[in-house]
Design a protein around this ligand. Structure first.
Ligand SMILES: C[S@@+](CC[C@H](N)C(=O)[O-])C[C@H]1O[C@@H](n2cnc3c(N)ncnc32)[C@H](O)[C@@H]1O
Length: 218
């Protein structure tokens, strides 16, 4: 079995709106293929489904489910006047970002509706009722310090022993990018519950090395 993205789904992933360079997406796909054999993958930060296609492709190949959480209102940097704003994603009735419909079409076109399940809501709300151990947690939600830390606090303890915590947009130097994901990575390392394993670009993988799923981490 090849570890490369299937060509049909790679085409969908490249075409999808989003923030996932191809090399990092291929890496995410490989990690998901390894981890989905052990339990569901959970993504925080769906946007239009680009990264969900990379993980959904893995689920199509090896089985398993990808759950992806987003309120679909965009992060700070997606709002009007900010660097990553896309005016075609504004809902005219509410004057707010709404990425849900584009996400839905993106996943349907890719044929991944059986593999990818959307959870629509604020990650802090979802975290209040979440009780499912995950084999892979991909944190790619709000990149402000508060949101990134909340996503770690809300979900990192649900990573199974041996499971992967994947953090996107980790930049050690402020001149390369926002620092919140790096701070979350540092927190995970300092907790003693996760060990850094692999990095591709700004994507870092840690493995749960201590504790059971559901047992709080630092
Ligand atoms: C960087 S984008 C995700 C990119 C996506 N993973 C991709 O590959 O294209 C961040 C997403 O997180 C969502 N988000 C930000 N803060 C959130 C929160 N507190 N709860 C739920 N979703 C949030 C935004 O709506 C946005 O769609």
């Amino acid at each position: 079995m090849t570890s490369e993205m299937p060509a049909d789904l790679l085409a969908h992933a490249l075409e999808a709106k989003g923030f996932m360079p191809e090399d990092e997406g291929a890496f995410l796909h490989r990690v998901a293929r390894e981890r989905l054999l052990h339990g569901p993958a959970l993504e925080i930060g769906t946007y239009c489904g680009k990264s969900a296609i990379y993980m959904g492709a893995a689920a199509r190949e090896v089985g398993g489910i990808v759950l992806t959480v987003d309120h679909h209102r965009g992060s700070e940097e997606n709002q009007a006047g900010w660097e990553h704003h896309d005016s075609s994603l504004v809902d005219d009735e509410f004057g707010l970002m709404d990425t849900l419909l584009v996400f839905r079409k993106t996943i349907a076109r890719a044929g991944l509706e059986d593999q990818v399940t959307a959870v629509i809501g604020k990650s802090t709300s979802v975290a209040t009722w979440w009780h499912t151990p995950v084999s892979l947690l991909f944190i790619d939600g709000g990149h402000a310090e508060e949101h990134a830390q909340n996503d770690y606090s809300g979900f990192a303890h649900w990573v199974m022993p041996g499971g992967a915590l994947v953090i996107h947009d980790v930049f050690e130097r402020p001149e390369d990018g926002g620092q919140a994901p790096f701070h979350v990575w540092q927190r995970a390392v300092e907790s003693g519950s996760f060990e850094p394993t692999e990095t591709v670009g700004s994507m870092r993988v840690l493995t749960r090395s201590r504790g059971q799923a559901g047992e709080l981490v630092g």
